[in-house]
Design a protein around this ligand. Sequence first.
Ligand code: NAD
Length: 286
Amino acid sequence: RGKRAFIAGVADDNGYGWAIAKSLAAAGAEIIVGTWVPALNIFESSLRRGKFDESRVLPDGSLMEITKVYPMDAVYDGPEDVPEDVKTNKRYSGSSNWTVKELVETVKKDFGSIDILVHSLANGPEVSKPLLETSRNGYLAALSASSYSFISLLQHFLPIMNPGGASISLTYIASERIIPGYGGGMSSAKAALESDTRVLAFEAGRKNKIRVNTISAGPLRSRAAKAIGFIDMMIDYSLANAPLQKELSAEEVGNAAAFLASPLSSAITGAVVYVDNGLNAMGVGV
Ligand code: NAD
């Protein structure tokens, strides 16, 4: 049987999650996705109305099928963690079972198991504030949505992941080099995510033979990146300074993710893999 992949963090056809879904689908995987609750309606109706049909086209001409779309909010582990104002919020009350624990229970009921877990989500409410001006709440919210969310997903999915499976997250070089503008604790969140990749690779490898890697991706004009506000500058900077002078396509990250999810990478775990046209290797701008 083909492999089954759960991709958390797909809400349109512009981001890395969508591109990873396509590369995995092209390699023969069955695709199920988790979509942030507030974005669910628009994503599902756009899918249904054919708005993404052009971007669903796979290299063999067929259309990527998404077997099921699950509502999720990765900052809540179980129903007891959801505050009253979120529970009663119209956008949330229309969906159910979207905390991580309930989500995984539902996936288990529907499919039994998965082989590949992809975490392609991040959120930092104060991302546009310098770290020096970031509030405690803003910082902790960035870590909760962008780092702990991966721990929680892996913790809950691990028991239903088939041995030999793989998990992948997306990180950014602001974790290890100064990128002014990537604020609000988002640089800290990516540093945590990369460190956790190593520790979780050990724990999930020993316990369930699951590999854990993260892709440090170059700049892409996704919805999330546009919200940060400096994406065009980062793309121009990369074009001017990276060893490979071309705009990075989401597909290139998707293909690297497909490799990291496949047996071709069976000895790679605990790694930060750069998919950034080589920009990380530069010491100075040119
Ligand atoms: P994106 O907007 O396509 O993806 C982010 C997703 O996170 C969205 O679908 C959003 O709905 C979802 N999300 C936010 N909060 C959530 C929550 N609490 N629960 C569930 N989902 C939630 O943007 P993207 O840039 O493709 O981001 C995907 C990943 O790639 C992120 O981890 C991001 O940090 C990383 N990344 C992006 C770039 C870039 O330049 N775009 C570079 C390096 C790394």
